[in-house]
Ligand binder design. Sequence first.
Ligand code: GTP
Ligand code: MG
Length: 199
Amino acid sequence: FARPWTFVRGMAQANDLPPIAGTIEVAFAGRSNVGKSSLINALTGQQGLARTSNTPGRTQELNLFRPEVEAGLLLVDMPGYGYAEAPKEKVDVWNALIRDYLRGRPNLRRVYVLIDARHGLKKNDEDVLTLLDKAAVSYQIVLTKADKLKPGGIDKVLADTAERIRKRPAAFPEVLATSSEKGAGVEELRAAISRLLAG
Ligand code: GTP
Ligand code: MG
């Protein structure tokens, strides 16, 4: 995770950019506003690398980021799903983009599926997990905004979430809790991603 990281490009279609030889991709998926872009900024230690917003629907393309040196790893910020207020045409385009990328990207090594710690798994999250299970794409659940829970509250959400994904074939059994705001869990996640590169 050596800085600086740079924006490579955005992809409006999953095949806009052929997989780059010698790199693996790690993608961040989740409902709109769950904190995908914020987590990329926390992981890279670069606020403002990925654009964030209070308003759902900020990230509208697949945005790729790479370290300036030590290329080999690309972080992929994804549009969110489940944003009910967005125009239907946009939602359809984002959903197709998300599905096409998650199902068919050869370099995609791991998907981090972000879940708001306050809300837990929703139906549209389960749909994405099922898609990943069917495509045999390895994924791990990451709870976000852990700072918004009362102390101790996170343990129950962690246990409940782990129980709900227990039988899912492509799921990594351990669920991580993070706060991009306070930095909790960020180093752990960085270490997990670094292990993917090494292995
Ligand atoms: P879309 O691109 O619209 O799908 O959203 P996103 O998932 O990229 O969310 P984004 O990172 O833009 O964050 C959405 C809002 O949540 C912003 O107002 C962030 O400041 C806030 N947020 C993100 N992570 C955290 C966190 O760990 N704690 C708290 N308290 N707020 C957070
Ligand atoms: Mg975003």
